[in-house]
Write a protein that binds this ligand. Structure first.
Ligand code: BG6
Ligand code: MG
Length: 217
């Protein structure tokens, strides 16, 4: 049995439900481009980088070959400006249930913590919700070159914490994130439906279900 020495947390959809703000901003862009973007389409964007998300959105609207790289960068920037406007209103009331209690418990028991997110807005969110102090290290989109499912974000986190990958567990709500954890050879707990997150070791619907005892693999 492995004793977990570090927990690595994704941000969007794990610590806070920012997926709804990403969705609102992408939907607004799609609407400007003249097509509908549904919540079901949005599932495909979870855990995916900003530019890859734009490619998927354009594919949904059958507009993938219509724009230059420069135009695409402008569109992504526009979406991001709307997103930043939405998240600027966030405060600690948006932290998902049970997250703080679980993190306080593991940290009191000597388990290290890292944030592992591909978002370039991660620090803004952590500051707005007052959770910077809960992490020993933060790896975000400004520190990596390869988005999930590449394992870079989690391997960097483990390295900064000085913990071997097989003693780490990742908490993830996206299929791409679970794949990234697997590629890093880490344990992985899915946050969400077991039907979608079927490659996780097990899934929880909320951190209220998490205990120290469940961190044994
Ligand atoms: C991930 C989100 O955490 O970050 C994706 O799940 C998002 O939806 C990605 O596209 C990149 O985020 P940002 O904030 O840098 O555009
Ligand atoms: Mg996520």
């Amino acid at each position: 049995m492995t004793k977990v020495k570090a927990c690595l947390f994704d941000l969007d959809g794990v610590i806070v439900d920012t997926a709804k703000y990403h969705y609102l901003a992408w939907k607004r862009l799609a609407s400007e481009l003249g097509f509908e973007f549904t919540e079901e389409h949005n599932e495909r964007l979870k855990g995916v980088s900003r530019m890859k998300s734009l490619e998927i959105l354009l594919e949904v609207g059958h507009k993938q070959n219509l724009f230059t790289e420069e135009e695409k960068l402008k569109m992504a920037e526009k979406k991001n400006n709307w997103y930043v406007e939405y998240i600027s209103q966030m405060d600690e009331s948006e932290i998902l249930k049970g997250v703080k209690e679980f993190m306080e418990c593991i940290r009191a028991n000597g388990i290290k913590t890292a944030l592992g997110s591909v978002s370039k807005n991660a620090m803004t969110i952590l500051n707005n919700i007052g959770m910077v102090k809960y992490f020993d290290t933060v790896i975000d989109g400004t520190k990596i070159t390869n988005a999930k499912p590449d394992p870079e974000v989690f391997l960097k986190g483990a390295e900064e914490l000085g913990v071997a990958p097989n003693s780490c567990v990742v908490f993830e709500d996206a299929k791409a994130g679970i794949e990234a954890a697997r590629n890093a050879e880490m344990h992985c707990i899915g946050v969400g439906s077991p039907l979608i997150l079927d490659k996780a070791d097990f899934t929880i619907m909320s951190f209220e279900e998490m205990t120290l005892e469940r961190l044994e693999f």
